[in-house]
Design a protein around this ligand. Sequence first.
Ligand SMILES: Cc1cc2nc3c(=O)[nH]c(=O)nc-3n(C[C@H](O)[C@H](O)[C@H](O)COP(=O)(O)O)c2cc1C
Ligand SMILES: CC(C)CC(=O)C(=O)O
Length: 366
Amino acid sequence: MSHNNYQDFVNIDEFKYAAEKKLPRMVYDYYASGSFDQITLAENQNYFSRIKLLPRCLIDVSNVDMRTNVLGIDLSFPLMIAPTAMQKMAHPVGETATWSAANELGTSMTLSSLSTTSIEELSKHANGNPGWFQLYVFKDRAITKNLVQRAEQIGYKAIVLTVDTPYLGRREADYRNGFRLPHGLKLQNFSDLPLADVEGGLNAYVATMIDSSLTWKDLDWLKSITKLPIIVKGVMSPRDAEIAVTHGVDAIIVSNHGARQLDTAPSTIEVLPYIVKAVNGRCPVILDGGVRRGTDILKALACGAKAVMIGRPVLWGLAVGGKDGVKRVLSLLHDELKLSMALAGVKSISQINKSLIWDPSEYTKL
Ligand SMILES: Cc1cc2nc3c(=O)[nH]c(=O)nc-3n(C[C@H](O)[C@H](O)[C@H](O)COP(=O)(O)O)c2cc1C
Ligand SMILES: CC(C)CC(=O)C(=O)O
């Protein structure tokens, strides 16, 4: 067996480069791409780098406690795994490897509706504790209802309703490459239905199958068919956050879908403080998009997020080293956050607040 040196990688970028070398071009491009000119893709990371952290000194940081809890889920640190479709393209073990890595590191994952491992298979692997289930609402409501009820019955703890995908954003590399699900792989939640194949590419799939007429009324319908908490994923406008809260959602995920939908949308970290203000403590707010460093997690929490999610870094870990690759990705971010908290002068999650972010206007009158 060839020597795998990913255990020596010191940051997430190294995983990305290694995954690019290892994966077929079509798969890597699908995972990596943003839409159109990928302005938002760059901005998701760049905006983080423009925010400055202000360290406090002479605080006993010999013990840093990163534990937290989101909607009843205990986390060893405030990071969860975002739903990403078709993980068996990255590694033959796919979603179950990701779940195991998350579980061993004391965190949790959300299974995509469009997974290459079924709702039931993952739950069996997870001993009935599979995490959250991400829902795409199909035009055929019987299919949608079936997904939700299977997830509820078999032990998923919340439904993550994705609200930013009435159509798929245009990722140009996927057109060039003629992206399709590789032979031998299926969207396992639909076993033998025609729905399980992505023969004509993803854009056609979404346009044909996914309900682009979805509105807030459908959120009420969803609530009527399940007792599980409902989390809306893909909120970017503070106005929509307000509407979501009035519809009684249990949490909001501030997300621009990893910059794969509307290009030139703002970065998620830029809108986060405004959404937190609009929500005003009425439900937890989670952020995803561009989180690649422990300092990014610290900044998101300082802006009021309860936790963050990562998408692509997990796919890079999975591609490079399966379960152990994902574990290494998670532990890098875990250790980076711990060090960053200590260097900033905070020893627990509850001590993180916006005073950690450098804002000269707060000090001009001192
Ligand atoms: C390859 C890929 C597939 C994705 N599939 C889904 C999906 O099936 N459902 C969903 O709600 N979001 C999906 N997303 C969006 C992620 O859940 C998440 O919002 C995004 O990846 C976060 O940004 P990051 O990759 O910069 O961490 C996908 C993202 C990527 C990169
Ligand atoms: C199959 C797609 C709808 C999955 C997705 O959300 C994405 O590619 O961004």
